[in-house]
Design a protein around this ligand. Structure first.
Ligand SMILES: [Zn+2]
Length: 130
């Protein structure tokens, strides 16, 4: 079967790992191959998606400073909600589809709109400079 945008999307969101890979590819979250504290390369992934350095024993989350710090949501669910937002599906339905609560879905929609607005504003201010 030929890949379509939709099928490609389904492949990316089919698991937590592939969703995370997608977010790394898009630069939303970072992939670490070195410890952020000591530079050690002996890292492991532990509970709730944290990295642990086996040299200095410290831990950190690859999600810090990202949308996931603001919203405790799986990468998979975030991608689904984002797609439904793009398709202009109402948050009431989107929350059911992604199996997240309505309050979170609404907050995410607001967050996406804010980000789009910020982006447009930045673009417009660039145009003024040109
Ligand atoms: Zn370390």
């Amino acid at each position: 079967m030929q890949d379509t945008i939709y099928r490609t999307f389904l492949k990316w969101v089919s698991s937590k790992e592939s969703s995370e890979k997608f977010l790394i590819m898009k630069g939303v979250i970072k992939k670490y191959d070195k410890c952020i504290y000591c530079g050690g390369k002996n890292l492991g992934r532990i509970r709730r998606d944290r990295y642990k350095c086996y040299s200095c024993r410290r831990e950190w989350s690859p999600y810090r400073g990202t949308v996931f710090e603001k919203f405790r949501i799986d990468p998979q669910k975030l991608l689904i909600i984002l797609k439904l937002f793009e398709l202009e599906v109402k948050p009431e339905l989107a929350s059911k589809e992604a199996e997240i609560n309505l309050k979170t879905a609404r907050k995410l929609y607001r967050y996406f709109r804010e980000k789009i607005f910020e982006y447009i504003k930045r673009k417009k201010s660039m145009e003024v400079l040109i």
